[in-house]
Design a protein around this ligand. Structure first.
Ligand code: FE2
Ligand code: FE2
Length: 246
């Protein structure tokens, strides 16, 4: 058996297996199901996407700082390899919230062009965080400050994996329900389906290295990864609630 197979087995055994309940909870969440619902109306889905992009800004703008902060804390605790890998990854996340701001503006323009009560893209982007967004922010901040800042690696792995697994499901539904013009408005989602495939390989390699050398990290990584999925599911619930007619 090669060392790569051995380390991948370690990830399967110590990490992946334990994430299954949280991953299936995520895809059964009411927010995710609403976005993936093939019989949704195009108006609902457009409004859902406006919530997704505008609320998503506050979860994306700090990512560079969060990963860098966790990396710096890992270095301070003596985990230099992981710390510098996280700091390298941070550079690849800077500025991605700009895509969500641009997407919010395009989607609001589409919404406003059809005679509905108008939506103000800037006001939506700048509103206070929803409960799910706040839970997501709090999870990052508390992980960085905790005795196990490497939990950030599991958070990043789960969230970037969503781009590869759930992102295409959402995009396919938007294409089916709303048509290709609406898909073209979703630069953040479209870009991340592509770039996060590479980031996911990078994250899994880091998980393999850390879990091989430090199997005692497993429980902290599992709980951080599961908490990230639960917080992201709450954010999708908020997107659904914001999209429902009132
Ligand atoms: Fe990103
Ligand atoms: Fe990424």
């Amino acid at each position: 058996m090669t060392s790569i197979e051995t380390t991948n087995d370690v990830v399967d055994e110590l990490y992946e297996r334990h994430l299954e309940p949280a991953r299936s909870r995520y895809t059964r969440g009411r927010g995710f199901e609403a976005g993936a619902n093939e019989v949704a109306s195009d108006e609902f889905l457009l409004r859902f996407l406006i919530e997704f992009c505008s609320l998503g800004v506050q979860m994306t703008e700090p990512v560079d700082r969060w990963i860098r902060g966790a990396g710096t804390r890992c270095c301070a605790l003596g985990f230099d390899d992981l710390g510098s890998a996280l700091i390298r990854h941070a550079e690849h996340e800077a500025g991605h919230h700009e895509m969500l701001i641009a997407d919010t503006h395009r989607l609001c323009a589409a919404w406003n062009s059809e005679g509905r009560p108008p939506l103000d893209a800037d006001a939506l982007v700048n509103r206070p965080p929803s409960a799910g967004v706040q839970a997501y922010i709090d999870l990052h901040e508390s992980t960085i400050e905790s005795a196990e800042p490497w939990g950030q690696l599991a958070i990043e792995y789960e969230i970037e994996l969503l781009s590869v697994t759930s992102g295409p499901v959402l995009i396919a539904n938007v294409a089916r329900v709303c048509g290709p013009d609406r898909v073209a408005d979703l630069s953040f989602l479209e870009d991340h389906i592509e770039i996060d495939a590479g980031h996911t390989v990078f994250n899994r390699r880091q998980l393999a290295q850390q879990l091989s050398a430090h199997p005692e990290m497993a429980p902290g990584l599992v709980s951080a990864g599961a908490a990230a999925l639960d917080a992201h599911a709450l954010f999708l619930d908020d997107c659904l609630d914001g999209a429902l007619p009132r």
